[in-house]
Ligand binder design. Structure first.
Ligand code: ZN
Length: 140
């Protein structure tokens, strides 16, 4: 069994909610590891973003954004704002509920995702920024 850890960096080109399909980046990391079978853990470093899966299509992106507005609305006060004044209480709440990581099995060098299932980075922070994603491949 081998372990390979790599870091990927993604730009968040807009303010507030942003979803990026990172499936190809994870597939490429598995290919480059030359491992054929195992699991890959995808972990976003930071407390205002999450990693999950979805059918990555524009209307579902809008639906998820709407759902997040219901779970942690933009227009309410958060206690967290008293701590740092960084105005991203909603971002933390959303990220904590979804969680920072995802594990996906792979076989024959390919992710065992469903046909309409992609790996996504959900960035809930308010400002534009860069995001570090750690990809750890465990297998042989
Ligand atoms: Zn904060």
């Amino acid at each position: 069994m081998r372990i390979k850890t790599i870091e990927l960096f993604f730009d968040k080109p807009k303010e507030d909610f942003y979803i990026k399909n990172i499936t190809d980046d994870v597939s490429k990391a598995i290919k480059e590891s030359k491992m054929k079978e195992g699991i890959v853990n995808i972990f976003v470093s930071g407390s205002t973003a999450s990693v999950s899966t979805m059918e990555f299509e524009p209307n579902l992106v809008k639906d998820i954004e709407k759902a997040m507005e219901k779970i942690a609305p933009s227009d309410i006060e958060y206690e967290h704002h008293k701590t740092w004044g960084d105005e991203n209480g909603k971002s933390h709440v959303r990220a904590t509920i979804l969680g920072p990581s995802l594990t996906v099995p792979f076989k024959d060098g390919k992710l065992l995702l469903g046909t309409w299932q992609q790996i996504v980075l959900l960035d809930f922070d308010v400002p534009k920024r860069e995001r570090k994603v750690v990809v750890q491949i465990i297998g042989e």
